[in-house]
Design a protein around this ligand. Structure first.
Ligand SMILES: *[C@@H]1O[C@H](CO)[C@@H](O)[C@H](O)[C@H]1NC(C)=O
Ligand SMILES: *[C@@H]1O[C@H](CO)[C@@H](O)[C@H](O)[C@H]1NC(C)=O
Ligand SMILES: *[C@@H]1O[C@H](CO)[C@@H](O)[C@H](O)[C@H]1NC(C)=O
Ligand SMILES: *[C@@H]1O[C@H](CO)[C@@H](O)[C@H](O)[C@H]1NC(C)=O
Length: 538
């Protein structure tokens, strides 16, 4: 009740605000070009050295609240820059001890020594599987060519044993080799050596050998060089026989939306993050690599194993608030509609783009908190669906290909019928904006007409600067279908602010639906009644 009153009030104050109009034509049956979206598309990742800091009930509750929306275990990626530098010392008591580095113990470039207790962390998060990373950088500059291999193997062996075979989803060979001091051929040699040792040491046989995540190529290098990573991109490492043995399970690329530096104000949020053109224009740069790999071995899935909205350390208002949530929604949906098989949102406590902060090591030092970006994770996993509601996705053509609006359709895997439509209104609005909050009026034309429709909203009353309840209090709530996540209120389990899930019926007239999406809001429209039933009635 409360929520519908709130909505009614909202709409009267909108009278003078700007309205965009979109008339979308949507096929009722899955088109050829629709991509199958794996049940484990959505993923989190923890920087290797910071993994023990996530070993809390709070983090476990958060993970479970997302993985319970999925019909395959959520995959956690343990890896990153720190993962290449770690040293294992099983006689050390401390799980992870920062030994040296640029900003001990906060940076992923710091060198950590891992004790026996570190590996107990792998026993947490039993609802998940994990990808681990074989460290590939010799930490001591004077070390001889192969000195680093025993340390790397110790890490892999300990992690594998603690997880148990069933929970090891993949083993990555190093991280962002395009930043290594050696060239492609040397890298491939070393990676294959690690692959060989791993197989021997873990005693992998037959299909179990197909366990490696290949590449994990960094992002900036691709951008700086000739546009598609020819120098040290996925295509290049595959051409140099990185998958010579056919043990590759995934080919992985990293991705950051905004480069380091520049402005981080609301205009920058609009230009750099909440901008469908800025998101979509980077995919062609990865396409040649994707196509090459699929041609070479169609069983290899292309994944984005490390994702962040921005490099460097932008303020939370830019990287960890509700504006970043809308970017995350648009990015993940754009990626799934282009055949990407998984996206891992990598975090460490101090990173401002983290979905949540597990302890008092965060940028605000205010203790554990869920950030405003977080509810996008629930939006994305619900759009992917679970069990019988899994499907195939396309991006819907929006007339005029606007910068600040995008639409996606999900078709049921079994029936091929339209099941859900996501509408993302990226037009930046915030309580500090001069104008009233505008909206997009969207007409949904489905070629066979529509049945009854329901809409659920990813919403923040305050707009893009909402930090979430934990960091901003009552004015900063961010909800998905009326649910929000908070360390203080629910310990990370999620709770419905008004007691139950909030969804609205969508107006249907003359066979088409009309729905309003506020500026800086995303919604999913659920097609409750199978459209094929309507065919029978006609
Ligand atoms: C929307 O597009 C459909 C299909 O092109 C067309 O039949 C319909 O008249 C349009 N409606 C509006 C209100 O423009
Ligand atoms: C391993 O850790 C123990 C206990 O902290 C320490 O005494 C020992 O020197 C360490 N070994 C190496 C090789 O660093
Ligand atoms: C690993 O390399 C050794 C030495 O070249 C070779 O004999 C062995 O067959 C390799 N193992 C696998 C699993 O490829
Ligand atoms: C924000 O969320 C809190 C915690 O669920 C709730 O008590 C409060 O009523 C919400 N505030 C608004 C304005 O909805």
């Amino acid at each position: 009740m409360l929520s519908s009153i709130a909505t009614a009030v909202l709409f009267t104050t909108l009278a003078q605000a700007d309205t965009q109009q979109y008339n979308l034509t949507i096929q009722k049956n899955a088109p050829e070009k629709a991509y199958h979206v794996p049940a484990d598309f959505f993923s989190f990742g923890f920087e290797t050295a910071f993994f023990p800091q996530f070993d809390t009930d709070f983090s476990e509750n958060i993970i479970n609240s997302i993985s319970s929306r999925m019909s395959k275990p959520l995959i956690i990626r343990i890896g990153g820059t720190s993962g290449d530098l770690v040293q294992v010392n099983l006689t050390q008591d401390e799980p992870a001890h920062c030994a040296s580095g640029p900003s001990c113990p906060y940076s992923s470039e710091d060198i950590f020594v891992l004790g026996r207790g570190y590996f107990d962390t792998f026993k947490r998060f039993q609802s998940t599987t994990m990808t681990i990373q074989a460290p590939m950088i010799p930490v001591r500059p004077d070390s001889k060519d192969e000195d680093w291999i025993p340390n790397s193997m110790e890490f892999v062996q300990q992690a594998y044993r603690a997880l148990g075979k069933e929970r090891v989803n993949a083993i990555a060979l190093g991280n962002e080799p395009d930043y290594y001091s050696y060239g492609v051929k040397q890298y491939v040699d070393r990676a294959l050596k690690i692959e060989n040792r791993t197989i021997e040491q873990l005693g992998l046989e037959g299909e179990d050998r197909r366990i490696f995540e290949l590449g994990d190529i960094g992002w900036t290098v691709i951008k700086q060089r000739d546009g598609d990573g020819e120098d040290f991109g996925l295509r290049k490492v595959f051409q140099n026989e990185l998958n010579a043995n056919g043990y590759g399970k995934y080919a992985a690329q990293h991705y950051y939306q905004a480069d380091e530096g520049g402005k981080y104000d609301s205009q920058a949020l609009q230009d750099r993050l909440m901008n469908h053109h800025a998101i979509a224009e980077r995919f062609p740069k990865m396409r040649r690599g994707i196509e090459y790999i699929h041609k070479a071995d169609s069983n290899i899935g292309f994944v984005i194993s490390e994702l962040g909205c921005a490099l460097g350390d932008p303020p939370i208002s830019f990287a960890g608030a509700f504006g970043a949530a809308l970017w995350a929604v648009d990015f993940h949906l754009t990626a799934m509609a282009r055949g990407v098989k998984r996206v891992s949102n990598t975090m460490r406590p101090e990173a401002t783009h983290s979905f949540w902060v597990p302890n008092d090591m965060g940028p605000q030092t205010s203790g554990p908190s869920v950030q405003g970006v977080f509810p996008s994770a629930a939006f994305i996993t619900d759009f992917v669906g679970k069990g019988d509601s899994l499907g195939k996705v396309i991006e819907i053509d929006v007339p005029g290909t606007p910068q600040f609006f995008s639409a996606f359709a999900m078709y049921n895997l079994q029936s091929g019928k339209l099941a859900r439509v996501a509408l993302v209104n990226l037009k930046q609005w915030d309580h500090n904006s001069k104008d009233d909050r505008g909206s997009a009026e969207v007409i949904l034309n489905v070629d066979a007409g529509v049945g009854s429709l329901h809409a659920r909203r990813l919403h923040a009353e305050k707009g893009t600067s909402a930090m979430g309840f934990d960091l901003g209090g009552h004015e900063d709530n961010v909800t998905w279908a009326g649910e929000q996540w908070s360390h203080t209120v629910d310990g990370g389990k999620g709770h419905f602010v008004y007691g139950s899930m909030v969804q609205e019926e969508v107006t249907v007239e003359n066979g088409h639906g009309t729905v309003s999406v506020l500026d800086s809001e995303a919604i999913t429209v659920y097609f409750d009644q199978d459209v094929s039933l309507l065919d029978l009635l006609h």
